[in-house]
Ligand binder design. Structure first.
Ligand code: FE2
Length: 270
């Protein structure tokens, strides 16, 4: 297992730790996701979720998903079965599903959160990302702090490859050092809608994007201000991943963040 080089993380805004998650945990997450999908009432849940289209933002289904386990479909999905048509499951798997809870709270992840400077880490959001063969959608350049904002910014993403991820099936892309720039946007709750507001029109830094290729079981740590993206998956191979986002409970969590959990208090690693 590769160890965290903290200086490199602070310089680049990301770190790639190969072999971080045991393959037995990767198996458990994939099997559990398959069970959840098999039990899904497809007609009730089939709503188009597009990372490129903010149309979903008006949907209560999405706004309530911060405290639920909900299923979002690929925009390009037509007649595929649900297991091949889903974009993601989110956003409280880590609290509401026992398998995701157990693996999200592995002591190795808690130790890492501590090393990364989170004094009172809280697991805020989790997503099972499918990036399906052929139709897995592009995710455009963004900063996670736009979606999960604290003052000061403390959000950190733990992204775990559950399949080998490479350039062909839409691995993560990042702009090294870009986390030192400003927060460009915020995704806000405005009544029963969510809106994306521009805070700073600064362009993304003019640096060469790097492909964060990751074998199964690799953990990618993403600083909340790091600009990152992923290409569409036009290959025949899936690119499943599991992402958990953490914040520091010492920071202020604004009431206008889209993700609100009035009836489900945030928890740390215990
Ligand atoms: Fe992201």
């Amino acid at each position: 297992m590769s160890l965290l080089d903290l200086a490199a993380y602070q310089r680049d805004g990301f770190a790639v730790l190969e072999g971080f998650l045991p393959l037995s945990d990767c198996d458990a997450l994939q099997e559990r996701a398959a069970e959840l999908v098999a039990a899904l009432d497809v007609d009730a849940a089939r709503r188009i979720f597009s990372p490129r289209d903010q149309g979903h933002a008006r949907d209560r289904y999405f706004l309530e998903s911060g405290a639920a386990v909900r299923f979002f479909f690929e925009e390009e999905a037509t007649d595929q079965p649900a297991r091949l048509a889903l974009n993601k499951i989110g956003h409280a798997l880590h609290d509401l599903d026992p398998v995701f809870d157990r693996i999200s709270r592995r002591s190795r992840l808690a130790d890492l959160a501590h090393v990364l400077g989170l004094v009172r880490p809280l697991l805020l959001q989790s997503m099972y990302l499918f990036k399906q063969p052929w139709i897995g959608a592009e995710v455009g350049w963004h900063q996670d702090a736009a979606y999960l904002h604290t003052r000061p910014s403390t959000v950190i993403g733990f992204w775990i490859a559950l399949d080998d991820a490479d350039r062909d099936n839409g691995c993560l892309m990042a702009l090294p050092g870009g986390h030192r720039g400003p927060l460009r946007q915020r995704f806000l709750r405005d009544g029963d809608r969510a809106v994306l507001r521009t805070l700073d029109a600064a362009p993304w830094p003019n640096v060469e994007p790097v492909a964060l290729e990751a074998r199964r079981g690799t953990l990618v740590i993403l600083h909340g201000l790091l600009p990152h993206a992923s290409a569409p998956n036009r290959s025949s191979r899936p690119r499943h991943a599991y992402a958990v986002h953490l914040i520091d409970g010492r920071a202020d969590y604004p009431a206008d963040n889209w993700l609100q959990r009035p009836d489900l208090p945030l928890r740390g690693f215990t």
